[in-house]
Design a protein around this ligand. Structure first.
Ligand code: NDP
Length: 228
């Protein structure tokens, strides 16, 4: 039997988020996809399915998140904080690491997850799963320093994931983070090892296998446990 649960995916208009939408629909899930800008969302808009609802939402604009929260009818079983940016490659000594750009990465990647989770908490179903899309680049043990603040943002994502998992333990809500693999998207670039479809297929399977005992943990896209 097809899975009738509801999944909400942020940053659903392109890259990994768009493929998560498509794979969720294949699995039978009801899908709520959010996009920041209609102009960049042509492929998402083209998907015709009664099971897909799309909403405009910027993860760092609380009003826009609340608006979506008010307008969704079904309780959410899987809340996927996927939206993210890396506008700062190189080291902190390079121009890409201006104060403004560093704040933007931290704001969208970290606070975007916090604001999304805070405002959708009332929409969550019993035993819901919250998944933050993190990265292997957030691991403390790493060599190389490119994208210093992006790395820091994903380390913070894993850290807030643990805190939120503790906060929601008594409600039996599972909170985890996932590395999606190195994926051929605008962010991952053309040399990445996985297509967005391969990453999303594997991620959806892993999300559907999550159990409450997994709360507070960081996983690879294939469901194997990762260290922080
Ligand atoms: P893309 O750059 O292809 O897509 C990023 C998505 O995030 C877009 O939909 C974008 O929307 C959205 N987004 C950015 N800022 C906001 C915002 N303020 N509000 C709402 N949506 C926003 O990246 P990927 O698909 O590759 O990345 C998805 C996630 O996976 C990110 O969190 C990334 O850090 C993570 N990741 C990716 C890896 C890879 O190899 N690709 C590796 C490890 C982690 P818009 O079109 O409006 O810009």
């Amino acid at each position: 039997m097809k899975n009738q649960n509801t999944i909400l995916i942020t940053g659903a208009n392109r890259g990994i988020g768009l493929e998560l939408v498509k794979e969720s629909l294949v699995t039978g899930l009801n899908v709520i996809g959010t996009y920041r800008n209609i102009k960049n969302s042509k492929e998402l808009i083209k998907i015709k399915s009664e099971k897909l609802k799309i909403f405009e939402m910027n993860v760092i604009d609380e009003k826009s998140i609340l608006e979506v929260s008010k307008n969704i009818k079904k309780p959410i079983d899987y809340l996927i904080c996927n939206a993210g940016i890396n506008n700062g490659f190189g080291t902190i000594f390079e121009d890409d690491h201006s104060h403004e750009k560093m704040l933007e990465v931290l704001n969208i990647n970290v606070l975007g997850c916090v604001l999304t989770i805070k405002n959708f908490i009332k929409n969550l179903n019993n035993n819901a799963k919250i998944i933050l899309i993190s990265s292997v680049m957030g691991m403390q043990a790493h060599s190389g320093s490119s994208a210093t603040i992006y790395r820091a943002s994903k380390a913070a994502v894993n850290n807030i994931m643990v805190s939120i998992s503790e906060d929601l333990k008594s409600d039996k809500i599972t909170v985890t983070s996932f590395h999606p693999g190195w994926v051929r998207t605008n962010m991952g670039g053309p040399n990445a090892t996985l297509s967005a479809k391969e990453s999303a297929e594997s991620l959806i399977k892993s999300f559907l296998n999550l159990k409450f005992e997994n709360t507070g943990k960081f996983f690879n896209y294939d469901g194997s446990l990762m260290s922080f």
